[in-house]
Design a protein around this ligand. Structure first.
Ligand SMILES: [Cu+2]
Length: 154
């Protein structure tokens, strides 16, 4: 009788540990970078853009103006002063551009608005099937600091 009780306690303990373990895994997965190489249907080159800042008075995309071919992927990396994100003004993109961006942006938090990146995290925007023209974007937390980017697809 006593032995059976002890076994039950041990079993419950193991269950509790198992549950805790899976919770930890879940939170780790949520904080992991959302990069999913190959998930987008892009076959073009990858163009790197850094997101930088000092956490208070200065924040920028580097470079803040780029020209890419149709089908390229722009890879945003939060280097310093995060969190940063990339969001596009829906009325700034060429006709048909919003639909292309919706297909090329994963885990959006709002319309044409990418997730917030901690320093060291990366986020890809695929310009597969994106119409030619200029796409104007900004960082939501640092829009007031002038953190903007112009991406010209040609
Ligand atoms: Cu920012």
């Amino acid at each position: 009788m006593r032995f059976a009780l002890l076994t039950t306690v041990v079993a419950i303990g193991a269950l509790a540990c198992g549950k805790k373990g899976s919770d930890q895994n879940q939170s780790q997965m949520q904080s992991a970078p959302p990069a999913a190489p190959g998930a987008a249907t892009s076959t073009g080159p990858v163009v790197e853009v850094k997101m930088t800042g000092n956490g208070s008075t200065r924040a920028a995309f580097e470079p803040s103006s780029i020209t890419i071919p149709v089908g390229a992927t722009v890879r945003f990396t939060s280097v310093s002063g995060g969190p940063h994100n990339i969001a596009f003004w829906s009325d700034s993109v060429p006709a048909g551009g919003a639909a292309a961006l919706n297909a090329g942006m994963k885990n959006t938090v709002d319309n044409l608005s990418g997730p917030f990146l901690q320093n060291g995290e990366t986020y890809d925007v695929s310009f597969a099937n994106a119409p030619k023209g200029t796409y104007k974007g900004y960082c939501t937390p640092h829009q007031a600091l002038g953190m903007k980017i112009a991406i010209k697809v040609e």
